[in-house]
Design a protein around this ligand. Structure first.
Ligand SMILES: [Fe+2]
Length: 276
């Protein structure tokens, strides 16, 4: 496989590697080391179906079942990140599946609403936007780097704070979404996570860990102060020096480390273009 760095700080592109084939021990070790060191991998030119995608993904851990069955694609472990239904129908911008896509344009880390959030996410680009279309990129921000660059007073302020993360609270940000069922709600009670994450597997380095897609507040302080600090954090981590913006090509398979990177989709014209 050919591995090339995408930025000085994180991310690689991998060519000449087929993710649909069984991966040998050495290649898998190299990929695990690469995702640990570089946090983002884009595998170019992949041809995958639901089965080969799930098989590839299982090389890196156990798969999560998505909280709502009707948003998944064939298998409950494969979430349909798209404004196109599973049957290929272009969805109305008011459709709850499209509203969820809009919520993805807020900085977040996947499954933060779980007591044990996901380590990695893997996303396969099946249909991309025409080159002249605006938006549609997936942007990443490196929280290890962002933490390192924080002013000392902010590090002290953030150290004891936490954020409440609730899958149900997405409804607070996107009131157009229908209520969860009782079962869905009880499967995902609110959890809290520290804003400063410690990485035992990285020599106890610290990073930031927060989201904008489940709440816009930081806990452990007044509501106003929490909102103000959250806003500050969003602006701070959006600085280009922490970010990489992935411009999709059809059949890209991207993988990232949710413990280190926040991500968001740059909004596109949901009514005009199909995207999956
Ligand atoms: Fe996401």
């Amino acid at each position: 496989m050919d591995i090339k760095n995408l930025t000085d700080n994180f991310g690689v592109e991998v060519r000449s590697f087929d993710c649909s084939k069984k991966i040998g021990y050495d290649a898998l070790n190299l990929l695990k080391k690469t995702i640990q060191d570089r946090h983002f991998i884009c595998f170019k030119n992949q041809k995958l179906d639901g089965d080969t995608l799930a098989t590839f993904t299982k090389n890196f851990g156990k798969l999560e079942a998505y909280p709502e069955k009707d948003k998944t694609k064939g298998q409950i472990e494969i979430f349909n990140v798209s404004n196109v239904s599973e049957d290929g129908e272009h969805l109305d911008p008011d459709d709850q599946r499209v509203i969820l896509q809009k919520n993805n344009s807020r900085w977040h880390t996947d499954s933060s609403y779980r007591y044990l959030p996901s380590i990695f996410s893997i996303l396969y680009g099946q249909e991309t936007l025409p080159p002249k279309a605006e938006g549609g990129q997936t942007q990443f921000s490196n929280m290890l780097l962002a933490y390192d660059h924080l002013p000392e007073d902010k590090k002290i302020l953030l150290e004891p704070l936490h954020q409440v993360q609730s899958y149900n609270d997405i409804r607070r940000l996107e009131p157009g979404l229908p209520e969860l069922t009782y079962e869905e709600k009880s499967n995902f009670p609110p959890v809290t996570h520290p804003i400063v994450r410690v990485h035992p597997d990285r020599n106890f380095k610290r990073s930031l860990y927060f989201t904008s897609n489940t709440s816009l507040e930081i806990g452990g302080m007044s509501l106003e102060q929490g909102r103000e600090l959250h806003k500050w954090l969003v602006n701070y981590i959006s600085q280009p020096k922490f970010c990489y913006t992935h411009k999709w090509q059809k059949n890209d398979l991207i993988m990232w480390d949710n413990r280190v990177l926040l991500h968001r989709v740059i909004p596109y014209d949901y009514a005009k273009y199909s995207y999956r």
